[in-house]
Design a protein around this ligand. Structure first.
Ligand code: 13P
Length: 263
């Protein structure tokens, strides 16, 4: 079983257009030193307002090496939904991936499992790939309900999807207490939870889907943490926040990922 690693940068609500272009170009310049086969799948998620600016910087050489993503979407196709952006619009802007269900969206914008499921379906129907986030709070971890909470988030997000749709989706396990805190989850523990997620998917869909789906870790990932994380059996990459906002640290995360043998 070989799962190509993914290193994704979630820029969150950061970077004006000129800064986003500069960051993209720095990462693209780094990536162009390698072949597509050598590199992990690289995905960058700028804000909606910077997507067009970043897309305009994607040349023929870097386009296949660096994909772009949106950080959210609406499940409706079009219409009277002021402030919302559809999957078709995101595709039209050049994106191949859409991050959904990030804990910041669940917490601050009251996104529910049901909404995340509708988004996942709309994204896959539109021909893009969802990066579906899940994760527990510190209280849930301390109460010993991490696994049951994550399993229920995963089952709800993937409800009604076909085996093929699940196989091409991406999951990001991001313990909330590890996001932006500098408190990286222990790599063995992150691997244990991710293996548990894979088993949930095997039960829900098929063994093949559980083996194929790529599951990332997110939460205070740095150039020095990634190598150990990538050496674990079930961690297929990272969803990076803070360290994705600088050319040097994100490039180093990519470089260190390439040191670890593909699973
Ligand atoms: P940090 O890497 O800043 O902890 O953020 C993780 C994250 O939320 C990525 O989506």
């Amino acid at each position: 079983m070989s799962r190509k690693p993914i290193i994704a940068g979630n820029w969150k609500m950061n970077k004006l257009q000129s800064e986003a272009k500069e960051l993209f170009l720095g990462i693209a310049y780094f990536a162009e030193r390698f072949t597509k086969e050598q590199l992990p799948t690289i995905v960058l998620a700028p804000t909606f307002t910077s997507l067009a600016a970043v897309e305009s910087m994607r040349c023929d050489k870097c386009r296949p090496l660096v994909a772009i993503a949106a950080q959210n979407c609406n499940w409706e196709k079009s219409g009277a939904y002021t402030g919302e952006i559809s999957v078709d619009m995101i595709k039209d802007a050049g994106c191949e991936y859409i991050i959904i269900g990030h804990s910041e969206r669940r917490q601050h914008f009251l996104e529910t499992d049901e909404m995340i499921n509708k988004k996942a379906k709309a994204i896959l129907e539109g021909g893009l790939i969802p990066i579906i986030c899940c994760g527990e709070t510190l209280e849930q971890r301390e109460a010993g309900i991490t696994d049951s909470h994550i399993a229920s988030q995963i089952k709800a997000a993937l409800a009604g999807l076909t085996e093929e749709e699940i196989s091409k989706s991406v999951i990001a396990y991001e313990p909330i207490w590890a996001i932006g805190t500098g408190k990286t989850c222990d790599a063995d523990e992150a691997n244990r939870v991710i293996a548990m997620i894979r088993n949930v998917i095997k039960d829900l869909s098929s063994i093949a889907a559980g083996d194929a789906i790529r599951i990332l870790y997110g939460g205070s990932v740095t150039p020095s943490s990634i190598e150990e994380q990538m050496s674990k059996s079930d961690i297929d990459g990272a969803l990076v926040g803070g360290a994705s906002l600088k050319i040097d640290s994100f490039s180093e995360i990519i470089a260190n990922t390439m040191k670890v043998t593909v699973k």
